[in-house]
Design a protein around this ligand. Structure first.
Ligand SMILES: NC(=O)c1ccc[n+]([C@@H]2O[C@H](COP(=O)([O-])OP(=O)(O)OC[C@H]3O[C@@H](n4cnc5c(N)ncnc54)[C@H](OP(=O)(O)O)[C@@H]3O)[C@@H](O)[C@H]2O)c1
Length: 451
């Protein structure tokens, strides 16, 4: 039975359970011992009330998951809320990091015995496999939970299938509640699992007329201190910050997390067509965080500047006698680069320019979201925020959609995503390359649970 059909069957079971009064409330014995059916309207009202409570609980679970975005290592961001048998919140929790308990286990521990007969509302289908911790399906069963509502199906063959395991244990199980919101809250891991590359955010600061520097090259500071602090928050939530060699030469950025923002230092990635054109004294090579210098494969034996590691990137999947244009010395293939970064355990990348680097990633369909800080300033001249995408006519424009727009200090922060956005996973994806057995800590291919 495929996952869709399975879900239909589970929903049907839930419906039947309600109608036959398994929840202890739909039917009541009258004084004469006869079973009286409560009016259909009353049952429908109770179901609507339950749906509303579960939706509120799922919103909270999504919030809990989103708080951990970028901080869970190899594992997904998951939130869970446990309701007791009278639909009161009795526990909540999120997954902190791989190796630590899963969200369901955290929420069940908070609920204790009050979980018995209750409902677990969780943003990702509970896992059915044993990694460094036991299967969540078993934890839910052992806690006596009667119903599980999850948002998004687990697309990984290794951990997926939990819904069917729960249903087989007699637990009413439904999927799909607030799936789009939960997908977004877990976007890094889902991108790793389904696209086999890190999630990529392109961040830029520009004037209202789309300039990133003045005609004389001066660019500090186009945007406000508030926008820069927001940029540091973004850095702290990504595994790597990536820039092109041009930005290193022009702006000499440090790419660390400062401005009072706490969080792990992201790996710094510099993309260069020729590493010898980079100044060895650049601040990204100061040794304060890991720095990777992504170069075409022909520079594999070049000397890396002190404080940096060379990351030679070969052509993606073509035979050696048929390399794609540019792989011989011109360009670093963006897809191959991202795949190499994922292989190093980097789950998300913040691209901080410049325009040519961003254009290459966009042209390769490797950007998942753009976050722009727009300053209410006009320059009229100077470099544009994006390099040539090879689009000659208006019909070829990349049409994205606004996800959010909000003031940040005196600037406007816009968040824009491609259409279509990251799809909500449904059916399982094929086995991921390079994954070891659970607990072996394999990072390559990413997406599977390691806890
Ligand atoms: N306002 C902002 O948000 C912002 C952010 C960043 C930068 N900037 C501005 O951007 C300007 C610099 O622009 P830019 O276009 O020169 O910068 P860039 O995109 O940072 O650098 C372009 C260079 O990066 C290397 N590169 C990028 N992708 C590559 C690939 N796939 N394969 C091989 N090499 C690759 C090449 O290095 P080689 O040099 O080795 O050929 C290329 O010439 C500066 O004025 C800076 O202030 C503004």
């Amino acid at each position: 039975m495929d996952r869709q059909a399975e879900r239909g069957r589970q929903a049907e079971q839930t419906e039947q359970a309600e109608q036959s009064g398994q929840d202890g409330q739909a039917e009541q014995a009258g004084q004469d011992g006869q079973v009286e059916r409560k009016p259909a309207r009353e049952r429908a009202e109770r179901r609507t009330a339950r749906e509303q409570v579960e939706q509120r609980a799922m919103r909270r679970a999504v919030e809990l998951a989103a708080e951990r975005l970028g901080l869970t290592g190899a594992n997904p961001t998951v939130g869970c809320v446990v309701l007791d048998d009278r639909l009161r919140v009795v526990g909540e929790g999120s997954h902190r990091h791989d190796g630590e308990p899963h969200a369901e286990v955290v929420a069940l521990a908070a609920a204790g015995t009050r979980a018995r007969g209750g409902t677990a509302v969780v943003t990702l289908e509970p896992c059915a496999h044993t990694g460094r911790t036991g299967p969540c399906t078993e934890a839910l069963r052992a806690a006596g939970v009667a119903r599980v509502v999850y948002a998004v199906a687990d697309p990984t063959p290794r951990a997926g299938g939990g819904a069917a395991v729960l249903a087989a244990a007699g637990i009413a199980t439904e999927g799909g509640l607030l799936a789009a919101e939960a997908t977004r809250a877990n976007r890094y891991w889902l991108t790793n699992a389904t696209r086999l590359r890190p999630w990529v955010t392109w961040k830029f600061g520009a004037t209202l007329d789309g300039r990133i520097a003045a005609a004389d090259g001066s660019s500090r500071w186009i945007t406000s201190a508030a926008a820069r602090a927001d940029a540091h928050l973004l850095r702290a939530r990504h595994g790597a910050v990536l820039v092109g060699a041009g930005t290193v030469r022009t702006d000499d950025p440090h790419l660390g997390v400062r401005h009072g923002v706490a969080g792990p230092a992201p790996v710094r990635v510099v993309v260069a067509a020729d590493p010898s054109r980079l100044p060895a004294t650049a601040r990204v090579f100061d040794g304060s965080a890991r720095t990777l210098l992504a170069v075409p494969e022909r520079f594999a034996r070049a000397a890396a500047p002190p404080g940096a590691e060379l990351l030679p990137i070969g052509p993606p999947d073509s035979p050696p006698d048929d390399p794609p244009a540019g792989s011989d010395g011109g360009q670093v293939d963006p897809r191959a680069l991202l795949s190499a970064l994922l292989g190093l355990g980097i789950r998300s990348v913040l691209v901080e320019g410049g325009p040519r680097t961003a254009a290459r990633l966009l042209a390769a369909d490797c950007v998942d979201e753009a976050v722009g800080h727009l300053a209410p300033a006009l320059l009229g001249a100077g470099p544009a925020l994006l390099g040539d995408l090879g689009i000659a006519t208006i019909g070829g424009a990349l049409r994205w959609e606004f996800r959010a727009a909000e003031p940040v200090g005196p600037d406007l922060r816009v968040s824009v995503v491609p259409v279509p956005d990251l799809p909500v996973p449904d059916l399982p994806v094929p086995d991921l390359p390079g994954e070891g057995a659970p607990g072996e800590g394999a990072l390559v291919g990413a997406g599977g649970w390691t806890a």
